[in-house]
Design a binder for this molecule. Structure first.
Ligand SMILES: Cc1ncc(COP(=O)(O)O)c(C=O)c1O
Length: 425
């Protein structure tokens, strides 16, 4: 007799008690009951290599013992007092974030989710610029609240029938399927240049900010070409608009740098962080320069934002990333993975494109005519799961295999997943 209710009972209760907007992966999903670094275990004792990390959350590995020890100590000492009272790790974490973020990003506001961090970033940009016009990128995803959903450029995530106005979408830098039908570098970054036309023609001429993921996650691991963000920043500077980097999915060593925007040699004005900051503990933040942050003076507080337990988790995460050189492992294992996928691509033409930086890597599945092979991808992911490999899926057409594993993954693990994928394909 198993100690667990099992996937079928969970599905039954889910249908009855959970709102139907929340789907689940797999035709035959499993009940996950335990995690240990890069591995997951289900209710029947089967072991999986986790190549998705709960969507870029457990960068330091499941139940990482060093982080868990710190969190447990804090849970047993002081769990919550709300951040209008003084606690130590709240400010220590803000200090550490100022140290690891690029440029002069310095002052933080802590909250709990990525959506909330983006809401805060957008609010701060509005306060600083006194404008509430925003630009976002097509195929970007920024959250579930009214404003962040309105800024999300993927139809399937835009449920709100009455989105916020004053929002404009620029073409995304998706070279494999260029929305402008051009080729890099002859295009001269036409997608970035389109932002200037957008500002001149569709806005009052003064926008609050452009919000973008440095690498678009949900869009299917869309990596902008070199020079893209530099051009974007120049255009924004000309019109007094800020650059908000949504690092919710890309942050904390995933791309071989602490933040993905650093791969483009650009410093954003405001940055939203979440997911991997807590390695599973709910914590997020938006961080900005003192000049911008100091305009946010009217009262603002988040009940659970940066509470003692979450702040302790965040500090332990940042220390772990540094002490265990996760940036270097993300870089090396990412290169190994993409090289292996490129070998598989020679044999299996269903892999149309391989892209990514570090351990944020995608493989786009296509048919011979480049149409999205989403049904085939679903079959492959199901079979990979049956063989003990959990791999993610994203892309506007749901045809991109997403590798975003815990950054503690080893060379042998990567070889294992590549070998299994070869067999399944
Ligand atoms: C880039 C990006 N921004 C924001 C969010 C929203 O974060 P949360 O689900 O924590 O509210 C997500 C969630 O996947 C995301 O990928």
């Amino acid at each position: 007799m198993s100690d667990y209710i099992g996937p079928e009972a969970i599905l039954e209760k889910k249908k009855k008690y959970i709102m139907p907007c929340l789907g689940h992966f797999y035709r035959e999903p499993r009940q996950m009951v335990r995690g240990s670094m890069q591995y997951l275990f289900d209710s029947e004792g089967r072991k999986y290599l986790d190549c998705f990390a709960g969507v870029s959350v457990v960068n330091c590995g499941h139940c990482n013992p060093e982080i868990t020890r710190e969190v447990c100590k804090q849970v047993e000492t002081l769990q919550h007092v709300c951040n209008i009272y003084l606690t130590e790790n709240f400010v220590n974490l803000a200090e550490k974030l100022a140290e690891v973020t690029p440029g002069k990003l310095q002052k933080s506001f802590f909250c709990s989710t990525g959506t909330e961090a983006n809401e805060g970033s957008l609010l701060l940009a509005s306060i600083y610029t006194k404008s509430s016009e925003f630009i976002a990128l097509q195929n970007g995803l920024h959250g579930r609240t009214k404003l962040t959903m309105s800024l999300t450029g993927i139809g399937m995530w835009r449920t709100d029938p009455n989105p916020v106005g004053g929002i404009h979408f620029a073409p995304n830098p998706y070279c494999y399927r260029c929305p402008m039908n051009k080729k890099y570098p002859e295009c001269d970054l036409a997608c970035a240049n389109a932002i200037e036309t957008l500002i001149q023609t569709a806005t009052s001429g003064r926008i609050a900010a452009l919000i973008a993921e440095p690498i678009q996650g949900n869009a299917g691991i869309v990596v902008p070409p070199k020079g893209y963000f530099k051009r974007v920043k120049e255009i924004l500077a000309k019109y007094g608009g800020l650059l908000i980097a949504d690092e919710v999915q890309t942050g904390f060593a995933r791309t071989g740098k602490m933040f993905a925007i650093e791969n483009f040699d650009v410093v954003p004005d405001i940055m939203s962080v979440a997911k991997a900051l807590g390695n599973g503990a709910p914590i997020s933040a938006f961080i900005s320069t003192a000049e911008i942050a100091d305009t946010y003076t009217r009262p603002g507080a988040s009940t659970l934002g940066g509470n003692p337990v979450s702040s302790t988790a965040g500090l332990a995460v940042l220390n772990y990333i540094e002490h265990h050189n996760l940036m270097e492992n993300a870089r090396a294992r990412g290169e190994q993975l993409r090289a292996g996928l490129a070998e598989l691509q020679k044999k299996h033409p269903i892999i149309g494109d391989i892209r990514g930086i570090g351990l944020m890597t995608g493989a786009e599945f296509v048919h011979g005519d480049k149409s999205p092979a989403f049904e085939e991808l679903d079959q492959v992911l199901e079979e990979m799961k049956n063989r003990g490999f959990i791999i993610g899926k994203n892309g506007v057409s749901r045809n991109v295999m997403a590798f975003q594993p815990p950054l503690v993954i080893t060379e042998d693990d990567i070889n294992d997943v590549l070998n299994a994928l070869d067999l399944v394909l």
